[in-house]
Design a protein around this ligand. Structure first.
Ligand SMILES: *Cc1c(COP(=O)(O)O)cnc(C)c1O
Length: 385
């Protein structure tokens, strides 16, 4: 899994601070009060590498993990032998052997899935556990509340399915005052009462911050563990976990009136010093993050910025597949050299800010990082690798 690129050969490096990750877990666990704090590690732990993130979270005290796919469950199992691993994205008969092999817990969200798991458990003395997903207003996955209540009342069927957790997912948790939050909570409360003897779970990262009546027995943060903001527009209490830096290949001087990059979408209004770095949209630097020339991006006027030598430097013109240009004219000439790194997000630029400049969200920014960066995992013990 963690076949990492040789840092001497790579165009950029991604540093993942496992101490910050553990500190974020502890903060979320504290904010979750008496509830257990699980971790969403789907999408290869939001792009940061599940094989390193999962054990680090387990060391911080996390006992339950949520993945999207059974394949992700197998990988998580390889590094977390004792944990509970819940698989969110549906159950198919052909995947059942994987659930057995790795003792994965399916999250069942339709009558068909309940029936399939019941058949799978049929005749066992000790039926294998499952979670139940109830849709309370998102219309994505989950049993209707009516189906969930009927299932709760069917004792015999329930015994073979063996649910150990009933959960739902909030659509608008990052908008604190959205009326949908309270609607979903009330609807979930009704379902939960019908499953009084098992644990219940509603809150993702932002849900934890909506108040104690959203926390139930188990919380499921994802993005906040990785340093993302928990509510749109509010300062984040989380520590940055991932820092992305790309290497300057070349510095060049261009004259006022000249243009930069594909489409000649920027005309320089002054003599300009340009730093060209070795990373582009093939590395997850979304083309929408381009300094200009992206008609689809209406939300944000300006493009992204980098950080080097204590200052922010703007992206110039369009991002290409493997290359991006920055305006470094305002830096002291001796402050920047080929081989130096420009930060795209991390300790100096919040990942949410970089994402917003691309017209997207931190989740997408992190999960589209690509495979070409050299990855480094560091912690306070000075370990890296
Ligand atoms: C991804 C996911 C989470 C975590 O959400 P964040 O917003 O990243 O905290 C929790 N629950 C479910 C069902 C999810 O799909």
């Amino acid at each position: 899994m963690s076949k990492t690129t040789d840092p001497r050969l790579a165009g950029g490096r991604l540093t993942v601070d496992l101490d910050a990750l553990a500190a974020n877990y502890r903060l979320l666990a504290e904010r979750s009060g008496p509830a257990e704090t699980a971790a969403a590690v789907k999408g290869d732990a939001y792009g940061l590498g599940a094989d390193r993130v999962v054990p680090a979270l387990a060391r911080a005290g996390c006992r339950s993990f949520f993945v999207a796919l059974p394949e992700e469950g197998l990988r998580a199992r390889a590094v977390a032998p004792e944990a509970r691993i819940f698989v969110l994205n549906g159950l198919f008969a052909e995947a059942l052997p994987a659930y057995e092999e790795a003792a994965l817990t399916p999250v069942l969200g339709s009558p068909e899935e309940l029936a399939l798991w019941a058949r799978h458990n049929h005749g066992r003395d000790r039926p294998r556990p499952a979670a139940i997903h109830v849709d309370t207003g998102m219309n994505r996955l989950g049993l209707t509340t009516e189906d969930a209540l009927a299932f709760a009342a069917d004792k015999a069927f329930r015994n073979v399915v063996n649910p150990v957790l009933v959960m739902s997912h909030l659509a608008c948790a990052d908008e604190r005052d959205h009326p949908k939050n309270e609607e979903q909570r009330e609807s979930f409360q009704t379902v939960r009462a019908a499953f009084a003897d098992i644990d219940s779970s509603l809150a993702n990262s932002a849900g934890i911050f909506l108040g104690s009546d959203f926390r139930f027995d188990l919380t499921r943060p994802g993005i906040a563990l990785y340093g993302g903001a928990v509510a749109s527009g509010e300062p984040s209490p989380m520590r940055p976990v991932a820092t992305l830096e790309t290497r300057i290949i070349q510095l060049r001087e261009a004259k006022a009136g000249e243009t930069v990059g594909y489409g000649a979408t920027v005309t320089l209004d002054r003599d300009t010093r340009i730093a060209v770095v070795s990373a582009g949209y093939a590395d997850g630097l979304h083309r929408a993050l381009s300094g200009s020339g992206v008609p689809l991006r209406q939300a944000v006027g300006k493009g992204g910025v980098g950080f080097i030598a204590g200052r922010r430097v703007p992206i110039l013109g369009r991002i290409s597949m493997d290359l991006t240009a920055f305006d470094v004219t305002d830096l002291r000439p001796d402050a920047v050299h080929p081989g130096d790194f420009i930060e795209l997000f991390g300790t100096n630029i919040p990942v949410d800010e970089a994402a917003a400049a691309a017209g997207t969200i931190a989740y997408e920014m992190l999960t589209s990082l690509g495979r070409r960066y050299a990855r480094r995992y560091v912690n306070a013990d000075g370990d890296s690798g």
